[in-house]
Design a binder for this molecule. Structure first.
Ligand code: MG
Ligand code: MG
Length: 270
């Protein structure tokens, strides 16, 4: 999820970063519970119920539920939906892609991550979109080091995906994360090297490329939430919560559990 942020940048202590990591572990496992179930015939509502139940069983709270009146624990965005889709009666079908975005609040701290999955066999050009969007996330993460600038992250994501002719969504961005789900600074997926706020040890940010197979333009649905591509081509979204460190960033969320599930189902995207 990406929404307007609180104004101050809150630097985190090591202890606070550890707490975000604990939230990130529960979050990664919640994603994996959902990943197990993604196949043609399943409704998006069922996925949401499984995630909420898992998170609450672990003593956590789904960060999104009730956030600005968002009605669910997961943002589920299928095909040309970029982000902020609602779970509901939609039945997944072969050839869809589905982005699952989720947050967990535990011990006072949020973690936020997202993953886009194929539903059965998908078109090769869509498969390539998923793989390259995934790769762009890690190109951005590499730049989350002390002394750099926010623009270094956006530049890394943008220059990579634009080399394939993809569109980078401008209206929605990554964000600081911690006691609040959305804190400063904003973390755009586009930008110039050496520009924007300085990256400092102890900053915790959600980096979340939202990349379109076609043009960058998006529209908001009448429901007030769902964001779709204007040209109705598919869009992919991956997200990690990351601590800015000296030398090397520290990823606080995890795809490990998701990817165990995907490899066992021969659905790995990267
Ligand atoms: Mg998110
Ligand atoms: Mg986010």
């Amino acid at each position: 999820m990406s929404q307007p942020s609180k104004k101050l940048i809150y630097l985190k202590t090591d202890e606070e970063i550890e707490r975000i990591k604990v939230s990130g572990q529960v979050l990664g496992k919640a994603h994996a519970e959902v990943a197990r179930l993604i196949e043609p015939g399943v409704t998006t509502k069922e996925l949401d119920q499984v995630a909420e139940e898992f998170i609450r069983d672990q003593g956590g709270v789904p960060s999104f539920k009730g956030y600005n009146k968002f009605p669910a624990s997961l943002c589920i965005s299928v095909n040309d939906a970029v982000v902020h889709g609602f779970p509901g009666k939609y039945v997944l079908k072969e050839g869809d892609i589905i982005s699952i975005d989720c947050g967990v609040l535990l011990n006072g701290f949020h973690a936020d991550s997202a993953y886009t999955y194929p539903v059965g066999e998908i078109r090769p050009e869509v498969k390539a979109l998923l793989k390259r969007t995934y790769e762009s996330l890690f190109k951005g993460i590499e730049k989350a080091v002390n002394g750099g600038r926010i623009g270094d992250i956006g530049y890394a994501v943008q220059s990579y995906v634009e080399s394939f002719g993809y569109g980078v969504v401008r209206e929605l961005v990554g964000h600081g994360v911690g006691k609040y789900l959305h804190e400063s600074p904003e973390v755009p997926n586009f930008g110039r090297r050496g520009q924007g706020p300085k990256l400092q040890e102890g900053m915790v940010i959600a980096i979340e490329p939202m990349i379109n197979l076609g043009k960058k333009n998006v529209v908001q649905e009448a429901d007030g939430w769902t964001i779709r591509t204007s040209d109705h081509k598919p869009s992919a979204h991956y997200e990690h919560t990351v601590a800015v460190r000296k030398g090397q960033p520290e990823i606080l969320t995890t795809f490990e559990y998701i990817e165990e599930v995907l490899s066992s189902r021969s659905l790995a995207i990267a």
